[in-house]
Design a protein around this ligand. Structure first.
Ligand code: 13P
Ligand code: SF4
Length: 338
C-alpha cells in the first residue's frame, strides 16, 4: 500500500514528489499508523526537519507557514502534529474544537524559551507605540501579546505591511529580525533570541566548504548569523529552499539549515546532490527538539490520543487574531502587501 492511496484527508495538499515512495514500500509500523489515521479521520502534518520516516507517512510536509495554512483549512477530526510544541499549539489555536496530538510534549525550541510572556509584556510597557511582530517560534501566551505573527516564509511581507506610524518590535529571533531589516529598510527593536542550531554555522566553516565545492551555491536559513548569510546565494525559509533548488541549474547545492531538510530536498530534486553545510562541532545541525519525535511516539500519541495540546480559551481567543492577521496578509498579492 502506498501513502498516496491511503491518505485522502480532505483539505490537505500533498507533497508534490512521491517518487521514492513508489519504490520503497512502507514498513509495518508505518502501515499501522496509516490504519489508525484512517480510523480517527486524522491528518498528519510534519515539519521539514522531521526524521525521514515521519516525513514519508505525513499528509503534508512543509515549513511553519505551510503547516499553519494546512492546519487552518483541514477537515480532519484529529491533527497529529509532528514538529515542535509551538507548532502544535498554533494548530490548536486555529482549531480549538479539534483534538491536536503531538508525539512528544517536551519538543520545545530555544527561541520560544528565550522569550517568556512576562518579559515581553514588561518591554512592551516601555513604549505604547510598539507594534509587536512575533516570529511563530514562541509560546501561545507570547502570541496573545502580539499584533501580528510571522514565519521565515512571510516575515518580509508582514513587516512591509506593518503600520508606518508605529515603532516595530520584532521578537524573538534577532537573526531573522536583522535579515528582515536588511530586506525592508525598516528599523526595528530586536529581541535577543537565537536558534541554538542555526548559530552553529560559522563564516569560516562555510567559507571552507564553499572552497571545496567552488561551483555549488549556498542556500541558508535566515536564522543563521549575518556572517553566514553574507556568504549565501539565497536566504529563505525551508519551503522556499525547495522551490529555489528546483529552479536552480546547479547540480550540487550547499544547505545551511537543520539536517532533516536534506531528505525533503532529495525527494523533491532526485537528480541533484545536496551538501550539508558543516558546523564546527559534530552533528550540531540536528535540532534536538525536532529529533525527539519518532515513529513509535507518533503511533502512541494517535492510539492514546495523548499528549494533547490543551490551552486556556482566553489565550486561544487572543492568540488567534495575530495568527489570522498573518494568514490574511500572507494571502494578499505581492503588490498590495505594503
Ligand atoms: P521554517 O518556517 O523555515 O520551516 O523554519 C522553522 C524553524 O524552526 C527553523 O528553525
Ligand atoms: Fe527552534 Fe531552532 Fe529547533 Fe527550529 S531548529 S525548532 S528554531 S531550536
Amino acid at each position: 500500500m502506498s501513502v498516496v492511496e491511503d491518505t485522502k484527508t480532505s483539505g490537505v495538499d500533498r507533497v508534490p514528489s512521491r517518487k521514492l515512495l513508489a519504490a520503497e514500500p512502507l514498513d509495518a509500523l508505518s502501515r499501522e499508523i496509516l490504519a489508525v489515521k484512517k480510523r480517527l479521520n486524522a491528518v498528519i502534518l510534519a515539519h521539514n526537519y522531521q526524521v525521514p520516516e515521519i516525513q514519508d507517512i505525513a499528509d503534508y510536509v512543509g515549513d511553519s507557514l505551510g503547516l499553519s495554512q494546512q492546519a487552518a483549512k483541514t477537515n480532519a477530526d484529529v491533527i497529529v502534529f509532528c514538529g515542535v510544541h509551538f507548532m502544535a499549539e498554533t494548530a490548536k489555536i486555529l482549531n480549538p474544537g479539534k483534538v491536536v496530538v503531538l508525539p512528544d510534549r517536551d519538543a520545545g525550541c530555544s527561541l520560544e524559551e528565550s522569550c517568556p510572556a512576562e518579559k515581553l509584556a514588561a518591554l512592551q510597557a516601555t513604549n505604547p507605540n510598539f507594534y509587536t511582530i512575533t516570529y511563530i517560534n514562541c509560546s501561545a501566551a507570547v502570541k496573545a501579546l502580539s499584533d501580528v505573527i510571522c514565519t521565515s516564509g512571510n516575515a518580509v511581507k508582514i513587516v512591509q505591511a506593518a503600520p508606518k506610524d508605529r515603532d516595530l518590535l520584532f521578537v524573538p529571533d534577532e537573526n531573522l529580525g536583522g535579515w528582515v531589516m536588511e530586506q525592508t529598510g525598516r528599523p526595528m527593536t530586536l529581541w535577543k533570541g537565537q536558534c541554538y542550531v542555526h548559530v552553529e554555522w560559522t563564516h569560516a566553516a562555510i567559507h571552507r566548504i564553499r572552497q571545496e565545492h567552488p561551483g555549488a551555491p549556498l542556500v541558508a536559513h535566515p536564522e543563521c548569523t549575518k556572517a553566514v548569510r553574507m556568504l549565501a546565494d539565497e536566504v529563505c525559509s525551508t519551503e522556499k529552499m525547495v522551490a529555489w533548488c528546483k529552479a536552480s541549474a546547479a547540480k550540487a547545492i550547499i544547505i545551511a539549515t537543520e539536517a532533516g531538510m536534506l531528505h525533503r530536498l532529495q525527494k523533491e530534486c532526485p537528480d541533484k546532490i545536496f551538501i550539508a553545510a558543516p558546523t564546527e562541532r559534530c552533528r550540531c545541525n540536528e535540532c534536538r527538539f525536532m529529533k525527539m519525535n519518532t515513529l513509535e511516539k507518533v503511533l502512541d500519541c494517535m492510539t492514546n490520543l495523548k499528549p494533547q495540546v490543551d490551552l486556556d480559551p482566553a489565550i486561544i481567543a487572543r492568540a488567534r487574531l495575530p495568527i489570522q492577521r498573518m494568514l490574511e496578509i500572507s494571502a494578499r498579492p505581492l503588490e498590495n502587501a505594503g
